[in-house]
Structure formats: C-alpha cells, structure tokens
Design a protein around this ligand. Sequence first.
Ligand SMILES: Nc1ncnc2c1ncn2[C@@H]1O[C@H](COP(=O)(O)OP(=O)(O)OP(=O)(O)O)[C@@H](O)[C@H]1O
Ligand SMILES: Cc1ncc(C[n+]2csc(CCOP(=O)(O)O)c2C)c(N)n1
Ligand SMILES: [Mg+2]
Length: 337
Amino acid sequence: MRLADVGESGLVERLLGRLARGPGVVRGAGDDAAVLDLGGKELLLFTVDTLVEEVHFSRAYGSMRDLGAKAMAVNLSDVAAMGGRPVYAVVSLAAPAETAVADIDDLYAGLAGTAARYGVTLVGGDTVRHPHGLVITVALLGLAGRERVLYRKGAVSGDLFYVTGSLGASAAGLFLFQNPHPACPPEVEDRLKKAHLSPEPRVVAGGLLAASGVVSAAEDISDGLALTVAHICTAGGVGARLLADRVPLSPEVRRLGILTGKDPLEWALFGGEDYELLFTVRPGAAAGLEREMAAAGWPVTWIGEVLGPGEGLWLEDAAGAGRPLVPGGYDAFGTEP
Ligand SMILES: Nc1ncnc2c1ncn2[C@@H]1O[C@H](COP(=O)(O)OP(=O)(O)OP(=O)(O)O)[C@@H](O)[C@H]1O
Ligand SMILES: Cc1ncc(C[n+]2csc(CCOP(=O)(O)O)c2C)c(N)n1
Ligand SMILES: [Mg+2]
C-alpha cells in the first residue's frame, strides 16, 4: 500500500494512533495547533507547516519575499484558528547549493516582515542542503487564554456556520498561473494572483472570535471549505447544511468564473489556501457577533447551519434543493492536487 492509496487524511489517522498523550497535553494532534498546559497563566499553542517547491509553490509565480511571507502566514493562520496570539517561531530551510544568496535574503525579508507585523520573534532554525528544490518549514508558538481556545470540536445542532472574508480567490489565482487567460482584465488577474501569493492570516479576527465567548468551533480554511466543514462536523459529531448562494465570492472570483466558464463556487469549496476562518456560533448570539465583527473591520458571512448527528453534509442551492456536500479538497497525495 502506498501513500497515494491511503491519502493525506488516511496517513495522518494512522500516525495519530502512535502519538503518546503526555502530561500537559490539553489537545494533541487533530486540531490546527496542539494545546499545551505548562502551568502558566495561558495555554501554549504549537504548530508547524511546510512549503515544498513545485508542490506548494513555483518560483515562476511569485517573489521570494512573498514566499517567505506565505510560509509565515500559513502558520499564523493555524494559531489564528485557535484564537491565539502568535509569539515565537523557528524556521527550517532546505535549499540546493546553487541557490542565489540574494534569494534567501529576500525569503527572509518576507518571513521576518510578516513575523514582525504579527508580533512574532524569530528565534532560530536549521539550514540543510536539498538536492532538488526549496523546502521551508516554520514552527510557531502561540498563547491563548485558558478559557478562550477555539477548537475544531464544539459545534452543536442549531449553531450557525460563518466565514471571515471571501473564498476561492487563491485557487482562482493559481488557476490563472497555470492557465493564462489573455482576456482576463489585469486588475482581476492581479487581485487573484495576489490572493494566492500573499494570504493574510486572520489573527486579529481569530482573537476577536475567541474573546466573544460565543464561538463553538473554528478552523482555518487551508484545504477548501468543503473539507473544513467536514472536519468541524466530524470533530463535533454533527452534520451541516451549507447555502451555496451565501458562500462569499469576490467580484474577481465571479468574473474569472464567467470568463472561463468554470463554477467559481468550486474554487471556494475545493480549491484551498484561502486561509480564512470557518467557525460556528450559538444562534442567539450570531447577529450580535456579526455586528461586532463588522464594526471591528472583520466582516463575517453566515453560510449555513449545523445539523444533528447522523444528518450528513448538504449543500443547498438558491431554490432550496439539496445535494450531498462531498468532503473533497486538497489532498497531499491526491493524483490531482
Ligand atoms: N506527520 C504527522 N505526525 C503527527 N501528526 C500529524 C502529522 N501530520 C499532521 N498531523 C496532525 O494532524 C492534524 C491535521 O493536520 P493538518 O496538516 O491537516 O492541519 P493543518 O495544519 O491545520 O492543515 P494545513 O497543513 O492544511 O495547514 C493536526 O493536528 C496535525 O498536528
Ligand atoms: C505549484 C503549486 N501547485 C499546487 C498548489 C495548490 N496547493 C498546494 S498545497 C495546497 C493546500 C494546503 O496545503 P497543506 O495542506 O500542505 O498545508 C494547495 C491548494 C500550489 N499552491 N502551488
Ligand atoms: Mg489549519
């Protein structure tokens, strides 16, 4: 049996069985970050993410500075999803000996710039040779109030699904890199490609959601909305009804859909790398939270509701017709990433 046969989630499930649960582990593997209790006032969050050349990025698409910023952002996004405040990071870099030093300088300018903007101190790392391409790994520590951590688990029937920002722009940008479209207006192309190259982690929004006390579950959307909904539903033992026409798509995403004849909702559901937050809210508190988030400059959109256990995952169109929501998305070992 090969990794391609079991897929990313199949492999992770196998591995999780082997992880020990040591003292101080509030939440081990299975969430966006591990949650650790070292006895301090706050809980420690611990997460790691890797970007691999020609798997997560192509050097033909963007600058080294953007790449460094993205390597930091994808980790910040996991701390944001837990409602935490990022604090310290280490960076592991694998690179071919032929790599230009100036490129690594630029990569670090991106890493350090984004780290600084979010109050993160880079405290070390590791440097090794790679025979073929660049591999950048960031491990990040964060802190969160003991009663304020957001988990994937916690959604209950009747809660409402919300997302920050809009979805699908990163996948649409990647589509444009891979399928240049001469008729695409430059401003649309720029916006979409920028969304792919420079995602902004929702650290501030995540902190506000955690502080609200009315968010029951949360996860960042790295592998597409459909898979993220499925994770929250599996963790909570619940179902979901998503409203297709409520899923927020930017005008640029819609425009590229029209230009290419593709359904832009597919980019939102299955594309990934938006790094927005999906979360669930107690129904009575939803309107108030929506107002507070908008007032703070982090608008959120209601996109569906949590169903009871065993009720399945559904996607409903504007006419009220439902079809099963296939929990597909980006799989590291999938044949069509
Ligand atoms: N090789 C591994 N060994 C142990 N645990 C793992 C391994 N890979 C993933 N996990 C754990 O499985 C869970 C899911 O991992 P996943 O990578 O999907 O989360 P994520 O970091 O939020 O997503 P993404 O990588 O798309 O940003 C996490 O809690 C992670 O710690
Ligand atoms: C060159 C190139 N090819 C494909 C993609 C698409 N892609 C790579 S990783 C990922 C999901 C998150 O990854 P992970 O779960 O590993 O964090 C997606 C959608 C890309 N960004 N660049
Ligand atoms: Mg995550």
